[in-house]
Design a protein around this ligand. Structure first.
Ligand SMILES: [Zn+2]
Length: 770
């Protein structure tokens, strides 16, 4: 008997759907299938919607083309480069469509109907496809052979790989799609500002203010905004430099300088340019340039003009003391106090910032209430960007509330939140600048583009890492590009107060950029020392957003033993402040033990601190001061579970400059929680012994124990020795101490065994010849 083609197709489809249903269900996801109407035109059989099993949140949409066969065609012959793969034939025009026009991921599957196995392949991730399509086109072929690795069997074991590829494919296609969309040539209508009566400073500020509430404006938008923009095609960004040919704009900044902390006009320009009455506006503009990472202007018009160093105008004395800035400095207490004393007449923008801080502190309900207020206040304003930002944040807040908020009004809030969407905003869009920003936020382009870009750079760095060749230029440039790409997206999220950092993608981004930095750091290159140092921003993002366990894995993978700092004093000052602020906030932290969102964040920060302190290069006194505060913080938190999580051993492993007091305090802390049989304690004890001088006479056992906080005398030591044997294993490794201990416990131990024989105890004693 032979199955018909239709029967084979049906068998293959039901096999695929069963396997998909199972592997997604086991991974807490739901995959819903929809037959595609376009099947014959473009070769897509199904599209699938993937949702989170718990929250119902829609995660992705993917397409599929499936094929079943009773005999899998595996390529044989060792000399053949594709040997071991499954060969699969595809229509050339379909391949072209999938690669260039489809904005969603697509995977192919081949079903082995004899062994009931499914193999997958993501065409958009195949780097050789583009060239091969072109080759086929040249020779007028209509089909394309693709090769599916036999290792890509779709099953539970391989699910993580499959899903990772799905997400990567999604990012690549989204990026391609957006790039083609954004390159469309649309001019912004800023005619109202092109009036010669308006002062240039006013023009710039009014231009920025069209984006109410948006502090960081995407680069592709800024370069189209008058007066940043001169004529078409002459204004663009290259990394941190803005090229423009608007002379009115350029001449203003050319004339400015910062002297004694104020911006003034250089002498030679004073006849033409005046900034009096515009000092505050100018300050606002320079802050805007700073947070948008615009460091230089270059003249792109007729004639020659020097490059302008905008960063020389920046004001670094940030003295903002608002609730959000306090949160960033880890002063949770003051941030909370400020929120308690909100004023009724605060502007929408301030309320928006306060709502964000509530969210940061894990107070989802108050965040929700304030965002709702702001939405209400801005709803009648046409094309309000603040309104979009609020909606965006509320949509993300909805998922947080679903997972973390269980008060009695939970249901009511979720019903309200369900009503929030962008449908009407999309219909009502009038200005193309608004549309650009709207899409940028709504479609998560800010993060997708950055992940794509950092991915690309990471691959390049890794290739280099493998080869270990060392072009200094390559490395310096790479580090610089990476830095700006990463900063841009983290500033976008941070300054625009976008609720995003809880999402997986942002963590991925932080990890990717840290991994890239570690890989760069580790490339041996005697010629280049310029980028061997870490900037505070990376450490800060690691502290706040890095998953401590995962970052530790990266540290080990790239063999990072010590981290040189770009600005040691800055790092010390900031971490010193952070630790002081955490200590100030102890009460607030302990009161919020039930708030898991906040509590886990704090725990992660504290764990990250241990890893950071174990590696940064810093003067001994400064480092020990930070450690001292770190230890007091942990003592005050009184959280035994947290203490057991912190990897103190990493401190003792990588440092040799921890002072005696800090060492003793760590050991004391660990012994108070009875964490004797741990890496932390063992490493700490070894370290403690290594910095002691045993030639001295005061090395009596009791003395040693009193130093590490265990109050024992000669009588009680044996008792403790019997019941907490593992605690003493370290001591027994050191011959001098072993002798001491034998002296003290021997008699009592023999008596104990005579009175009541304990085979385990006897065995332990005999191992150590006692
Ligand atoms: Zn502030």
């Amino acid at each position: 008997m032979k199955y018909t083609n239709t029967e084979l197709e049906e068998k293959a489809n039901s096999l695929l759907n069963n396997v998909l249903l199972e592997v997604f269900a086991q991974n807490n996801k739901i995959i819903g299938k929809h037959p595609s109407k376009l099947s014959h035109e473009i070769g897509i059989d199904y599209f699938y919607e993937i949702r989170d099993r718990t929250t119902g949140e829609s995660l992705n949409v993917v397409f599929n083309q499936n094929k079943g066969t009773e005999k899998i065609n595996i390529i044989k012959g060792k000399s053949y480069p594709e040997a071991g793969n499954i060969s699969f034939q595809l229509k050339l025009r379909h391949a072209k469509y999938f690669l260039n026009e489809l904005n969603k991921p697509i995977f192919f599957t081949v079903c082995d109907l004899k062994l009931m196995k499914v193999y997958w392949y993501w065409i958009q991730l195949d780097n050789s496809i583009k060239e091969r399509i072109e080759a086929q086109l040249k020779t007028n072929k209509r089909t394309l052979q693709i090769f599916i690795p036999i290792t890509n069997e779709l099953n539970l074991k391989n699910f993580d790989k499959f899903y990772m590829e799905l997400e990567k494919s999604d990012r690549i296609q989204t990026h391609k799609f957006l790039k083609s969309k954004l390159s469309s040539d649309e001019e912004y209508d800023f005619k109202d500002l092109e009036n010669p009566e308006i002062n240039i400073i006013d023009k710039i500020l009014k231009s920025i203010k069209k984006f109410d509430g948006l502090t960081i404006i995407p680069k592709h938008v800024i370069s189209r905004m008058y007066p940043f923009k001169g004529t078409k095609n002459k204004t663009y960004f290259y990394n941190e430099t803005l090229y423009t040919d608007n002379s009115e704009f350029y001449d203003l900044f050319e004339a400015l300088e910062r002297k004694n902390n104020t911006i003034t006009v250089k002498k030679e320009f004073r006849d033409n340019i005046s900034i009096s009455n515009f000092e505050n506006e100018l300050k606002e503009i320079i802050d805007f340039l700073k947070s948008n990472l615009i460091q230089h202007f270059k003249w792109n018009g007729k004639g020659y003009k020097d490059r302008i160093c905008i960063h020389a105008l920046y004001d670094y004395s940030n003295t903002c003391d608002c609730e959000r800035c306090n949160y960033n400095k880890l002063n949770f207490k003051y941030a909370t106090d400020l929120l308690k004393n909100r004023k009724q007449n605060d502007t929408s923008i301030i309320k928006f910032r306060q709502a964000y801080t509530y969210y940061l502190l894990g107070d989802l309900k108050n965040a929700y209430l304030l965002y709702k207020e702001v939405i209400h206040e801005t709803k009648n304003k046409d094309n309000s960007i603040l309104n979009i930002l609020c909606k965006y944040n509320l949509i993300n807040l909805k998922n947080l509330i679903k997972n973390h908020y269980f008060e009695s009004d939970r249901h009511q809030i979720l019903i309200e939140l369900k009503k929030i969407n962008f449908v009407y905003d999309e219909i009502l869009i009038e200005h193309n600048y608004y549309k650009h920003v709207f899409d940028w936020i709504k479609e998560n382009q800010f993060i997708n583009n950055s992940i794509w870009e950092i991915d690309r750079q990471f691959t390049e760095i890794q290739n280099h890492h493998r080869k270990d060749k060392n072009g200094g230029y390559f490395r310096g440039q790479q580090a610089n590009n990476l830095k700006f790409e990463f900063l841009r997206v983290s500033f976008f999220i941070e300054y625009n107060l976008i609720i995003y950092d809880v999402f997986n993608e942002f963590q991925i981004l932080v990890h990717k950029s840290l991994e890239s930095m570690f890989a760069l750091y580790n490339i041996y290159n005697p010629d280049s020392t310029k980028y061997d140092k870490f900037e505070f921003t990376f450490l800060y993002n690691w502290l706040m957003h890095g998953d401590s366990t995962k970052v530790n894995r990266l540290l080990l993978k790239y063999d990072i033993n010590q981290i040189e700092l770009n600005d040691e004093l800055l790092v010390f000052n900031r971490f010193n402040d952070n630790l002081d602020n955490l200590i100030l906030s102890i009460k607030r932290i302990n009161e919020n033990k039930e708030n898991y969102l906040f509590r886990d964040k704090v725990k992660n920060i504290i764990q990250n601190f241990a890893y950071i302190l174990s590696r940064i290069k810093m003067r001994k006194t400064k480092l020990n001061l930070l450690l001292k505060k770190y230890i007091s913080l942990i003592v005050l938190l009184k959280d035994d579970y947290l203490v057991s999580l912190i990897k103190f051993e990493t401190l003792f492993h990588y440092r040799s400059d921890i002072n005696l007091t800090n060492t003793k305090n760590i050991l004391k802390l660990l012994s108070e929680y009875e964490l004797f049989d741990t890496h932390s304690y063992n490493k700490g004890f070894d370290y403690y012994l290594s910095i002691q001088n045993f030639e001295k006479k005061d090395n009596r056992l009791v003395n040693i124990f009193s130093k590490i906080g265990t109050s024992l005398n000669e009588e009680t030591i044996e008792n403790d020795f019997f019941s907490n044997f593992s605690k003493y294993q370290n001591v027994l490794e050191v011959p001098e101490l072993k002798e001491e201990i034998i002296k003290v416990v021997k008699k009592a131990a023999i008596k104990r065994l005579e009175d009541n024989f304990d085979s385990k105890y006897y065995y332990r004693l005999s191992i150590y010849d006692i």
